[in-house]
Design a binder for this molecule. Structure first.
Ligand SMILES: [Fe+2]
Length: 561
């Protein structure tokens, strides 16, 4: 029997000629039971699909008569009884579990001489001699026993077919379970790494590694779209598209963009499966791409990129299992991308609030313009020298920017007074840490910086203000900020005085270590003095809150970061 395998999309994969194994096996088994060679018909077409009989009866008038009635045969039966044989019919199944009808003349009595089979041969449409030889070679089954045998064999064949069907179902369920299990464990692994601190590139790279193990694709590609324009960012954000690949790199970033454009995909598109029904078309411009699944990384209207699986490893077609897996991973990556972006926007907002505060401080006290920014950056350098972790460094940076925010509440006449302050004026200016605390205490996102705002004028020996805290009772970040603040105050030029010479300043720090300032912080200051000098001598055009980005760069390149 010849079978032509045709894909779901009507593309001929291969013309494969082969024997139907299920029918061949059924024919052999029937021969064992009935001692006869069966001819098997298709019920739908009335065509013979397998003929093992040495007799030519099936090709004669009897065959034609049967072909016309074969569609009506639904159960095992003896179709006709003659002198020496009976015609039996039994339903069987082929490889694709289609019902076929096997028919054979079965000997019921042994003839003595050729004349005994004249009628039988005529009915069979074959030669008397041929019929006689056939009947003589065959072990006869008496007619009553034949009826019972037909029922019994049919029951057995039916039971075996049912068993095969169940086996097939179990196999399918087991395959589905295996792929569902793979999908669940892959998604579990990905969600375990859904941290806001991991970038979409990091999570995307991990997702591709997992997918490479689960999906039979020659190539995987993850396209991450830009989330901001270069001119807009003050916080970490991607401004150029990124392409991550696993396996054969079958498309470039430009080709993937072009493919998505040609396929007219958008953020609302579901997963697209394009097998050779699409890629074999003349207008397909990507010869390296044979089979393809593309899914969008989106959240509502927002689009964060595309995930693609290219070319089935076994040159088969991609189907719903692969598309659904890719779609689930895309959904997670899309939501993660959205969360990262919301977090970035929140930080952008916080940055703009802090920028507004520092601008307000600079406007209030133009003599010390840039002071907050320099104190923030010097504080960061000191914190790094003291081995603080990244989060602490970031907190200190924010704290440095707003440490003097309370000066907004100090009278201009005091704040801008060029000469020496009276005792009353000094008492007034000493209110600024507590005023700053009151200004910021309702902003939850800035709660970590409050101890620095409140305590940056405390002294190690307890003689500072506002609370007269001493030693380690003063928060560490406030002790660091105090040194940075003093350095900037002493080193900066003022309209009414020049910045202090460095040797004089060094003497003051040495004498104040352990009395005014924390001796460890002063030691860190001297270790990092070259960097600190470079930092404070350079003004910055912008104000980045992404400390991780600029603090890892050499101090001399901090301008504009
Ligand atoms: Fe201050």
């Amino acid at each position: 029997m010849s079978l032509v395998a045709t894909s779901a999309h009507g593309v001929h994969e291969a013309a494969v000629k082969r024997v139907d194994e299920a029918l061949a096996a059924a024919s052999l088994e029937l021969k064992e039971w009935f001692g006869a060679d069966f001819v098997i018909w298709s019920r739908e077409s009335g065509q013979i699909v397998l003929d093992d009989s040495p007799l030519s009866w099936a090709k004669g008038p009897l065959g034609a008569w049967l072909a016309a009635r074969i569609g009506e045969i639904t159960s095992p039966q003896v179709l006709a009884e003659h002198d020496c044989f009976a015609l039996v019919a039994l339903p069987v199944e082929d490889d694709r579990r289609r019902r076929r009808i096997a028919v054979a003349p079965v000997a019921t009595r042994e003839p003595v001489q050729t004349e005994d089979v004249a009628e039988d041969a005529a009915w069979l449409g074959c030669d008397e001699q041929e019929a006689f030889r056939w009947l003589r070679q065959t072990q006869p089954t008496p007619a009553p026993a034949l009826q019972r045998l037909v029922q019994a064999v049919s029951g057995k064949i039916e039971a075996e077919a049912r068993s095969r069907r169940l086996e097939h179902e179990v196999g399918k369920i087991s395959d589905n379970l295996a792929s569902t299990y793979e999908e669940i464990s892959l998604l579990y692994d990905i969600t375990q790494n859904l941290r806001i601190s991991s970038t979409d590139v990091e999570l995307g790279g991990r997702a591709l590694n997992w997918l490479a193990e689960c999906l039979p694709a020659e190539s995987l590609a993850l396209y991450l779209a830009p989330v901001a324009k270069e001119s807009e960012i003050t916080y970490r954000a991607r401004t150029e598209p990124v392409l991550l690949t696993r396996g054969e790199p079958l498309v470039t970033i430009d080709q993937l963009e072009q493919m998505i454009h040609d396929l007219q995909l958008s953020s609302g598109s579901g997963p697209l499966v394009a097998n050779r029904n699409v890629t074999a078309a003349k207008q397909w411009n990507f010869p390296a791409v044979r089979e393809l699944i593309v899914t969008p990384l989106g959240e509502g209207e927002r689009l964060f990129g595309w995930l693609a699986a290219i070319n089935h490893r076994e040159a088969k077609e991609f189907g719903t299992i692969e598309a659904s897996l890719l779609n689930s991973v895309s959904a997670i990556l899309g939501i993660h991308g959205c969360n990262i972006d919301l977090y970035r926007q929140q930080n952008e907002f916080l940055a703009s609030v802090v920028r507004a505060f520092t601008s307000a401080i600079d406007a209030k006290d133009p003599y010390t313009c840039g002071h907050s920014d320099r104190v923030a950056r010097v504080s960061v350098r000191l914190a790094q020298e003291l081995g603080c972790d990244t989060e602490t460094v970031h907190t200190l940076y924010m704290a440095g920017l707003v440490h003097d925010i309370g000066k907004i509440g100090i009278a201009d006449s005091v704040l801008r007074k060029p000469g020496r302050l009276t005792e009353a004026e000094f008492e007034h200016i000493k209110l600024h840490p507590e005023l700053g605390y009151k200004i910021l205490c309702d902003i939850k996102q800035l709660s970590d910086v409050l101890p620095v705002v409140l305590h940056h004028h405390e002294q190690w020996d307890g003689r500072g203000y506002p609370y007269g805290l001493a030693g380690e009772d003063i928060p560490l970040l406030a002790r660091i900020c105090a040194v940075a603040d003093a350095y900037d105050a002493m080193s900066s030029d003022r309209p009414y005085r020049k910045g202090m010479p460095e040797n004089k300043m060094a003497t003051i720090f040495r004498e104040g270590a352990g009395s005014q300032w924390d001796a460890d912080v002063v030691a860190a200051f001297f270790h990092a003095l070259d960097d600190i000098r470079a930092i404070s001598q350079r003004e910055r055009a912008g104000l980045s809150l992404d400390v991780q980005r600029w603090a890892s760069l050499p101090a001399s390149t901090h301008v504009g970061e």
